[in-house]
Design a protein around this ligand. Structure first.
Ligand code: SIN
Length: 547
């Protein structure tokens, strides 16, 4: 079905032909948990790997992850129990085969990460310290440095990559478009490098396989826990190349981002769900625990339930935050278990040992993305996707807490194995289409973010979505000359437009897609919305029922 009343979306970003090119066996785009893990496993297969990353190696979302990695590491826990919690959170849209892969292979991948050098928090007897987060019915989250798990995972992977001279790292490199061989197979990318010497400006890296691990798209919203680099570049690139993208309407809003006027950016500090896992309570301005009675797990209900509970309070009070009460946990415990959170709240003048922490939902995680199979293969041969950019089917309509780092670890390994099994020789790219491509002005970015938060945020309706669709169409007219900020803005516009198209079509409430005008989950909507950008017809949307 062709989606009407949408702005035209560009099919190409690079205006100029590449001024330089180089080759590698496998090109990995992105340097968080998914990208670096894929690179290391590809090296175990003896392949030459190039990792390109938009800014510096550590600037993606991984290092901001606080809570941890969910995996069955307690003898009393089972993969079936982890699968069950994952599927309940996903509200009927998880792919059971993908979930099985995740929970069964997860523990081995966490042990590999420990062997690589990642140091997780341990009990006095040396066993791994496990905690609980929303939606989990067992303690199965490993964590590091208290609440600095992502930073430790990133450090361990970064160090391992730097130890390997056969992994080439290209930083300050924004990917533009996929290159495809005459038979349609992915055979490289065009990119823009802010570099020195011969490798500067628009170039091409040719490869026998391409792995997208570019992370999320939280920057389409006015407040997000994601860093400024999370602009949906991989999903937008895949759409332009003609890959199938799915479940993009399911953006998870983390219930507790820190609301403070001292942080003046779209990225808001995260207040980890692990704090609620250790006993902190959500209260309204009268001190009432409003989640009690809304769900049997109260503050530890799945994230969509808690974000909705908070949103209802905000709507009725007109305030921009509720509070998290962690005072009863005690100063010593808070400082030892949550040093990152204590540092960020204290920097804003709030002492969580004696004061309430103001919190509100913020965009946190894209449950959908570039559709893949169980080996990370997309619909384009030779193009793989891993981590938040991908939709492997494990998250369904709402990701379970701490399943994201796990997904990156598990599917990166599967991708490396698949690539090593069947890697064709390097192909030359087919001539680029005559379509010159276009980009929008970077000035559209703040307007786009505000419009998405207003109309396609935690709560949506036909009216709010149609107003946002109109605003996006207007912003699409603000064209500019190709340059980094304009390419990023065009990626934001592309993913926001597809998200709004999906959210308008899905007339039900399910997981993190909350429609005020269709407040319940409907059986007829138990399936996935697939999107494909056709060169001639524009955006095509198909509904695929669950088997
Ligand atoms: C958190 O620490 O609350 C975030 C963990 C996650 O997103 O899975």
């Amino acid at each position: 079905m062709h989606v009407a009343d949408l702005p035209e979306l560009p099919r190409r970003l690079a205006a100029a032909d590449p001024g330089w090119n180089e080759t590698t066996d496998v090109l990995v785009v992105g340097s968080g948990v998914a990208g670096l893990t894929a690179a290391l496993h590809l090296r175990e297969q003896g392949l030459h790997v190039t990792v390109v990353t938009k800014v510096n190696i550590d600037d993606g979302s991984t290092r901001w992850a606080q809570g941890g990695i969910a995996a069955v590491l307690d003898p009393l826990d089972t993969p079936a129990a982890h699968a069950n919690d994952t599927e309940i959170a996903g509200v009927g849209l998880c792919d059971p085969a993908a979930v099985r892969v995740l929970v069964e292979e997860g523990p081995a991948r966490v042990r590999e990460l420990i062997r690589l050098g990642a140091s997780f928090d341990r009990n006095p007897d040396g066993s791994l310290m496990l905690t609980r987060e929303g939606g989990h019915r067992a303690d199965r989250i490993v964590h590091a440095g208290g609440d600095a798990t992502g930073a430790e995972v990133q450090r361990a992977l970064h160090d391992a990559v730097h130890r390997d001279p056969w992994i080439r790292l290209v930083e300050h490199a924004l990917v533009l478009d996929l290159l495809r061989a005459p038979d349609g197979r992915a055979c490289g990318i065009t990119l823009h490098v802010l570099g020195e010497g011969s490798e500067d400006g628009v170039g091409a890296i040719l490869a026998r396989a391409v792995v997208l691990a570019t992370g999320g798209m939280g920057q389409i919203y006015a407040s997000t826990t994601n860093p400024s680099v999370s602009t949906g570049d991989g999903v937008a690139l895949a759409l332009r190349a003609g890959a199938v993208v799915t479940d993009v309407e399911f953006v998870q809003f983390h219930p507790t981002s820190f609301v403070t006027s001292t942080v003046n950016s779209v990225q808001r500090p995260l207040i980890s769900e692990a704090l609620r896992g250790e006993g902190a309570h959500l209260v309204d301005e009268t001190g009432k625990r409003f989640m009690v009675g809304q769900h049997e797990l109260a503050e530890l209900a799945p994230r969509d339930v808690v974000a909705k509970g908070i949103h209802r309070v905000l709507r009725s009070t007109g305030a921009d935050h509720v509070y998290l009460d962690a005072r009863h946990l005690g100063r010593d415990f808070l400082e030892q278990r949550f040093p990152t959170i204590v540092a960020s709240t204290r920097a804003a003048g709030i002492d969580p040992a004696t004061e309430l922490i103001p919190v509100a939902p913020a965009a946190h995680y894209a449950s959908g993305g570039v559709r893949t199979d169980l080996h990370g293969r997309t619909s384009i041969p030779g193009l793989y996707a891993c981590g938040e950019v991908a939709c492997t089917g494990v998250h369904g309509a709402n990701r379970l807490a701490s399943n994201s780092l796990l997904e990156g670890l598990v599917f990166a390994r599967r991708i490396a194995d698949d690539i090593a099994r069947d890697l064709p020789p390097q192909a030359d790219p087919a001539p680029t289409p005559a379509d010159p491509g276009w980009v929008v002005s970077p000035a559209v970015r703040p307007e786009l973010q505000r419009s998405m938060t207003r109309g396609a945020g935690v709560l949506r309706s036909a009216d709010s979505l149609s107003a946002t669709a109109k605003e996006l169409a207007r912003l699409a007219e603000q064209r500019d000359t190709p340059r980094n900020a304009a390419w990023e803005a065009t990626n934001l516009l592309t993913v926001a437009t597809v998200l709004v198209a999906a959210a308008r079509t899905r007339r039900e409430t399910r997981g993190c897609h909350w429609r005020e005008d269709f407040p319940v989950a409907e059986d007829e909507w138990r399936g996935h919305l697939l999107h494909l950008l056709d060169r001639k017809a524009g955006l095509a949307q198909t509904f695929e029922e669950m088997a």
